[in-house]
Design a protein around this ligand. Structure first.
Ligand code: ATP
Length: 304
């Protein structure tokens, strides 16, 4: 079977991470520990996670004409990702994320979106060779919602499979959801999307059925250490999380999404792709960082 192309349309940021024993309250300064600077952004993270698993990945994004943007593009290229559809914004800075991580591996993140907020497509014909029936388009919500809507509609009209990771949490109108084939919220995001409280598999299943009624045929709810819930055609199936000791959960969702589309693109079944993505995301939370925590194919110990 021919491997499908993956087109990630999304954000690229530089993550600045500080380890801390306590998160500062408003007005408070705390002395943290180690400082790390890593390439990040949900779009770039997911693209890298997919590429490391052997997928054929193109990234459509926008960075500033600054040091951070050039570094981010060079890094994506080093990961084997096609960067020819990344544009440089003459005025806006590249995206930046300020991240703190505590000893329990919880994190807080503030994002300055910069050029990511100006990602839009003026001329769709430039994408015609890229986005067609052999493509899986993966998007997140760190770019303008209007761009997500237009790209989902365009990708669907080209026969591509449209996967949306609705992160960070936002309410989405039916005019976006109707063009989405597979949606992958975490518990917080599906709570926001459906205006219901989701805390376990039962509430996740109910919320997933509400979300599926708005368009996506498949809903995958990622639930951290509780694993993943698949909802499809009024049936649900639970995938248990890996039993590991979490070190840093930053980008667990990104690794899950990148790995999921990577395995779909290689022709694995839906259930197999979810199980493999669950495994890859489980490995990533045992390591520090965002993109740097994404595993390579040879590190996975399950196959079908
Ligand atoms: P983040 O915002 O930190 O990137 P997220 O909230 O989007 O993550 P989660 O649902 O927390 O996503 O995690 C995504 C997937 O990662 C889970 O479905 C699971 O497969 C894996 N995962 C996350 N945390 C753990 C954990 N503690 N143990 C095992 N697997 C985990």
């Amino acid at each position: 079977m021919k491997q499908k192309k993956i087109i990630v349309i999304g954000s690229s940021n530089t993550d600045m991470v500080v380890k801390t024993s306590n998160f500062p309250k408003p007005g408070e300064t705390v002395l943290g520990g180690e400082f790390l600077m890593n390439p990040g952004g949900k779009g770039a993270n997911q693209a890298v996670a997919a590429a490391r698993l052997g997928a054929n990945v193109s990234f459509v994004g926008r960075v500033g004409n600054d040091l951070f943007g050039k570094e981010a593009v060079a890094h994506l290229q080093e990961e084997g990702i096609d960067v020819t559809h990344i544009e440089y914004d003459a005025k806006l800075s590249s995206g930046i994320a300020l991240i703190t991580v505590d000893q329990k591996a919880e994190n807080t993140i503030v994002v300055a979106s910069g050029a990511n907020n100006a990602l839009h497509v003026d001329d769709y014909s430039k994408l015609d060779a890229l986005i067609d029936a052999d493509a899986i388009v993966l998007m997140q919500l760190e770019i303008p919602l209007e761009t997500v809507r237009q790209m989902a509609q365009y990708a669907k009209s080209r026969g591509a499979l449209v996967v949306l990771n609705p992160a960070p949490a936002a309410e989405l109108a039916a005019d976006i959801l109707q063009f989405v084939d597979i949606i992958t919220p975490n518990e917080h995001e599906i709570s926001t999307l459906t205006q219901t409280e989701v805390t376990d598999a039962e509430t996740a299943g109910k919320a997933a059925s509400l979300l599926a009624a708005k368009g996506p045929a498949i809903v995958l709810v990622t639930m951290g250490s509780k694993g993943v819930l698949l909802f499809q055609e009024n049936n649900q199936h639970a995938f248990a999380a890996e039993k590991i000791v979490a070190v840093d959960t930053t980008a667990a969702g990104d690794v899950f999404n990148g790995a999921f589309v990577a395995f779909l693109s290689k022709g694995y079944s839906l259930h197999q792709a979810i199980a493999l993505a669950n495994h890859a995301a489980g490995i990533s939370v045992t390591r520090n960082g965002a993109q740097s925590s994404a595993p390579f194919l040879h590190e996975l110990s399950i196959d079908f």
